[in-house]
Ligand binder design. Structure first.
Ligand code: ATP
Ligand code: MG
Length: 419
């Protein structure tokens, strides 16, 4: 894409009303727009990142046999009353609305109830199980505090997977597979090295649930990490008894600030019970289905990547989720330079390498460099009078201080190698 066509422009000033670093950088660089507190729109650059994250998650969900669907946001009151979650005393972050005839509706903040109800139509026999069903779907939550940029918003895209199994054993097998899928997702998204499987409260139906917590000062949670074992305990369940239970020693644990990027939860019969979601066993008995739920907030993951991987100049995207792989800068408005840059842009595009081409003629070299650092695309390629005199193009990774000049052919080889 030619940057001269990109409608978003970078901003020099930080937004006045923004306290979180992820939102500040993403707004300045033109990835998102703040509509109001806790509500953000995704602009072309930001949407490209979200789509990359979505594809990584989708691939990993499909590996574990997930089937994708899309449920509605508008939901009936009666569905939510079944398992006792309609009441504002029970769930304090509902957005509710009404039809013209005054019938109450809810904007779903999660989908256990609607999906359990739906699956009653399709699950009847042991032959139907196990099942993993997932979606990428907007959730609405009237969050009291929304000060963490896109890490905590009132409207957000969530990947939610739900599993349906015959018994606890089958459930545990699926749960373990989901755990592995989650580890792969966070690794591929570039934050695996600071993300820990964390024991958290399991509610009334199971001893623990598991969170994936990423270490960052911007997080809202406190966890205790055993770095050798690579696991952690959330402060909310931290006690001598739990440590004993998990075979962890107080002296091996380090207290850290972290953000929950994902959550996996054994549900047992919490929803299949009230909805009477049952199947017929091989022996002909009726049994309640054992369920699990598994969430990841895509905006929260994107914000976390920004928090963890930026520097004082801007964002540093991992190649896997970057909006583009290469940021091509042409410097000066010399005819020869423009021709070289245009033809290189065409070569890379033909080879399906994603390039943001800064072809603007009314912008100084200094501004182009500053924009490239702020936007954070992994490879910066510069075509200038100097680079051409020195025999080619300058290539520099966003993580490197200094670039080097290489020939066009070498450069194409390098940039297409891992495409
Ligand atoms: P938290 O404890 O942070 O409030 P939660 O436990 O309510 O989150 P879940 O209901 O398990 O979260 O949601 C699944 C995932 O959705 C979370 O792990 C997180 O990645 C994301 N998520 C939850 N709430 C928000 C929000 N308000 N904005 C953005 N993402 C969110
Ligand atoms: Mg939580």
């Amino acid at each position: 894409m030619r940057q001269s066509h990109l409608f978003t422009k970078t901003k020099k000033e930080s937004p006045a009303d923004e306290v979180s670093q992820n939102a500040e950088l993403l707004i300045k660089a033109g990835f998102i727009n703040k509509e109001m507190a806790g509500v953000y729109s995704y602009l072309p650059l930001g949407l490209r990142v979200i789509k990359k994250i979505e594809n990584i998650i989708r691939e990993e969900m499909n590996v574990i046999g997930g089937q994708e669907l899309e449920l509605t946001s508008l939901q009936e009151k009666e569905t939510w009353q079944k398992a006792g979650r309609w009441d504002d005393e029970v769930v304090d972050n509902w957005f509710k609305t009404k039809l013209k005839n005054d019938t109450e509706l809810g904007l779903a903040f999660t989908h256990e109830e609607p999906l359990t109800k739906l699956m009653k139509e399709y699950i009847s026999s042991y032959r139907d199980l196990p099942l993993g069903i997932y979606q990428f779907q907007k959730k609405f939550r009237n969050e009291a505090r929304a000060k963490s940029g896109i890490m905590r918003t009132r409207e957000f895209l969530m990947k939610d997977l739900y599993t349906f199994c015959k018994d606890e054993k089958e459930h545990e097998e699926y749960y373990e597979k989901a755990k592995e899928a989650y580890k792969n997702i966070f690794k591929r998204a570039g934050i695996g090295h600071v993300t820990y499987l964390t024991f958290a409260s399991g509610g009334s139906f199971s001893k623990y649930s598991h969170e994936f917590q990423t270490i960052t000062g911007a997080g809202e949670d406190t966890i205790y990490v055993d770095e050798n074992k690579g696991i952690a305990v959330n402060k909310e369940v931290y006690s001598d008894e739990v440590l004993n239970n998990l075979n962890l020693k107080k002296e091996d644990l380090v207290e850290k600030r972290a953000v929950e990027v994902g959550n996996i939860f054994p549900l047992s019969t919490k929803y299949s019970g009230p909805f009477e979601l049952k199947y017929q066993t091989e022996e002909g008995d009726k049994k309640e289905v054992i369920m699990g739920s598994y969430g990841i907030g895509l905006g929260r993951l994107m914000g976390t990547i920004v928090e963890v991987l930026s520097d004082d100049k801007g964002i540093i995207w991992p190649e896997t989720v970057a909006p583009f792989k290469v940021h091509l800068l042409s410097l000066g408005d010399d005819e020869k330079i423009r021709e070289e840059a245009d033809s290189f842009y065409k070569d890379l595009s033909d080879q399906k390498v994603e390039v943001l081409y800064d072809d603007r003629t009314d912008v100084s070299a200094g501004e182009k460099f500053a924009d490239a650092d702020l936007i954070g695309i992994p490879y910066r390629v510069v075509v200038s009078k100097r680079s051409l005199t020195d025999g080619g193009f300058e290539i520099k990774k966003r993580t490197e201080e200094k670039g080097k000049i290489i020939t066009k052919n070498e450069l194409i080889k390098l940039l297409t190698a891992s495409a």
